[in-house]
Ligand binder design. Structure first.
Ligand SMILES: Cc1ncc(COP(=O)(O)O)c(C=O)c1O
Length: 383
């Protein structure tokens, strides 16, 4: 092929780097989506996703489409016209979640916190109790800020009100343990390009029996593609056609799930925490500071403030052009003020932190802000 992508280390908010095994899986010969040799692999993928989501939910599947498709699937099935829906909004992905629920006809109540701060579970609980709430939604790992949301108090408040509890775990799945059944999560959606380290294009989702009841008894019809009854046709025991499943992506997801299984979810979560801690240790000597205190932060994504005088575009373009490293810029009110470093899945490795710290130091030097790279690398090793 005439196009040859450059070798870029993906340390942004996604996509994350993929392993050699996932890459090989993408190149395997194609099978039909109803081929008897393929269907056992689909079973394995669904079972692997159940383990990752911490659920026994029958309808657990990788929707064709990115994380936003998973969000649409959940919202389309669970938000009926006029439903009171409480959504936590403390970043761009909470805003998008609220907008999707509004477009589905929900009467959306946003519980806000400033970008960069955690949601107050008591404020969410108060909003839930203030009316006949049908659905509660929060973003577990808010990728626009790097803030983690405490799920259990919000799950308890939703359950007490008889509302369905829905989480966006696009960035957290595969990087943090998620226990949907234990928490009482009724639906969750994710994406493959973050801590699962598969290219973008699939959105793992899961629906509880309560969620499916709601989808069955709602008054307005569900968009065809995302209808859980039709999805159950293919992803349930019948294996009947609903859409042509993206086979190569499913091979890749199966390979990634095998790797996660071999590493173990607990060890994998620990690796994400350790690597994020190493990054944080190296920031001080460079004169950099994380936006979010570690106790409230997502381990897989760290948002870093620019020192005065550093231009976001120039800094990131130096990283990309000279060091072949991609990081993310700030979003919303944080645009130009921060950059975002993802250490996700296959990319969450100390050698990547070392390479990133050296590159950050160089880019700061170019911007006229002196940074001690040797001290940053020593701090990284000191953990
Ligand atoms: C928390 C969160 N939710 C939803 C999405 C949307 O996912 P996608 O871009 O795969 O559609 C993203 C993507 O970055 C995300 O980080």
């Amino acid at each position: 092929m005439s196009f040859q992508p450059p070798d870029v280390l993906l340390l942004g908010p996604g996509p994350s780097p993929i392993s050699a095994s996932v890459q090989r899986a993408l190149a395997m010969p194609l099978l039909g989506h109803l081929d008897p040799a393929f269907l056992p692999l689909l079973d394995r993928v669904q079972e692997g996703l159940r383990r990752l989501f911490g659920t026994r939910n029958e309808l657990t599947l990788p929707i064709a489409g990115t994380g936003t498709a998973g969000m649409e699937a959940v919202v389309a099935n669970l938000v009926d016209r006029g439903d009171r829906v409480v959504i936590g909004v403390h970043g761009v992905f909470g805003q998008r979640f609220a907008e999707a629920a509004r477009r589905a006809g929900g009467d959306v109540v946003e519980v806000r916190a400033p970008f960069g701060e955690a949601l107050d579970p008591a404020a969410v609980a108060a909003a839930i109790a203030a009316g006949p709430t049908r659905v509660v939604g929060v973003v577990h790992a808010e990728t626009s800020t790097g803030v983690l949301t405490p799920l259990s108090p919000i799950a308890a408040a939703a359950r007490a009100a008889g509302a369905l509890f829905v989480i966006d775990c696009v960035t957290s799945l595969g990087g943090l343990p998620i226990a949907c059944d234990e928490l009482g999560v009724d639906a969750a959606f994710s994406g493959t390009q973050k801590c699962l380290s598969v290219p973008p294009g699939l959105s793992p989702v899961t629906f509880s029996a309560r969620a499916l009841d709601k989808a069955r008894t709602r008054t307005t019809p569900v968009p065809f593609y995302f209808d859980t009854r039709l999805l159950t046709g293919y992803f349930g025991p019948d294996r009947a056609y609903h859409y042509t499943a993206p086979i190569s992506m499913l091979y890749a997801l199966a390979a990634a799930l095998d790797e996660i299984e071999a590493e173990g979810q607990v060890a994998r979560a620990r690796r994400h925490v350790e690597v994020a801690a190493a990054l944080r240790r190296g920031l001080g000597p460079l004169g950099l500071e994380a936006l979010v205190p570690v106790a409230a932060a997502t381990p897989m994504l760290t948002t870093i403030r620019y020192p005065a005088g550093v231009d976001d575009r120039a800094f990131r373009s130096h990283l990309r052009q000279v060091h072949r490293i991609e990081v993310g810029g700030g979003l919303g009110p944080l645009a130009g003020k921060v950059f975002r470093v993802g250490l996700m899945g296959h990319g969450a490795r100390l050698e990547n932190v070392a390479r990133a710290l050296a590159a950050f130091g160089d880019a700061l030097g170019v911007a006229g802000v002196p940074a001690d790279i040797a001290a940053a690398l020593a701090a990284l090793r000191a953990g």
